[in-house]
Design a protein around this ligand. Sequence first.
Ligand code: GYE
Length: 335
Amino acid sequence: MGITGNTFTRRGFGAMLAAGLLVTGLGACANSDTGGDAGTGGDDKLVLGFSQVGAESGWRTANTTSVKEAAAEAGIELKFDDAQQKQENQIKAIRNFIQQKVDVIAFSPVVESGWDTVLKEAKDAGIPVILTDRAVDSADKSLYKTFLGSDFVKEGRLAGEWLVEETKSATGPVNIVELQGTTGSAPANDRKKGFGEAIAANPNLKIIASQSGDFTRAGGKAVMEQFLKANPKIDVLFAHNDDMGLGALEAITAAGKVPGKDIKIITVDAVKDGMQALADGKFNFIAECSPLLGPQLMDLAKKVHAGEEVPPRIETEETTFTQQTAKEALPTRKY
Ligand code: GYE
């Protein structure tokens, strides 16, 4: 939010951007508009190379839409690549962007480690890099300009704190199973950490099984089936995203248990299908993670391209939902 406001401090550039925004806002005829472009056509458009993780979840789909729409609105030429959840594909895409001499590179790193070499290549080529959604663990912070995304540790902690409150009068052990996100990814590492730290407050709470479902519905279903077979008493499921929770619902129902009652379900994201499950009483709690990063990302791309200083870390604002608040929020939910 602060970022958008600051655009107005750079008068000339700001006015130019505003004009670009208006022109693209007019739709198809904008491309043939010669009014303000003095014969240069669209060639001076900022070119942003964006490497997306994949299409693994409802969150990701909403994120991709947000990025594409915001680029169009901001008059930015977007080169979009889908890495299908593979790091090597992302590295290839970033190298392609460097070769094509794009103005700015943004990407959502599928895992945290192993980026230093390619990030150095971008830096040597003089192309600024923005991390969106997920972080890298590079020690050299000069390899990227900023990281825009959520505080995943906090999301895990909020999920755990809700459970501690919910089970405060429990006398016996409360058995928890955990569906982790993609192995080695920042949201999987951090949500696990935050949740684990929060539930340490109640010694009755025990994680009896924890495995990756790769952030997908199919993964969540398959791993939950194994959990149910191996553990006769499961009281709580903590899934690192809605989609794995939704997949697990099928496994739980097929095993003759009632989701939301026999097994309490806590997830992260708050995409529409997750919110619907919560409103329907099948989920019990969701820590929100907003995928609507597009407008802030475009604003940052313009700034780093103009050589402006940007904060090294920009955190997304988010909330949490119970069954009751999900019912209230659903009708106006955007994703
Ligand atoms: O929670 C999950 C997606 O990186 C925050 O990735 C993102 C996570 C999101 O697959 O649904």
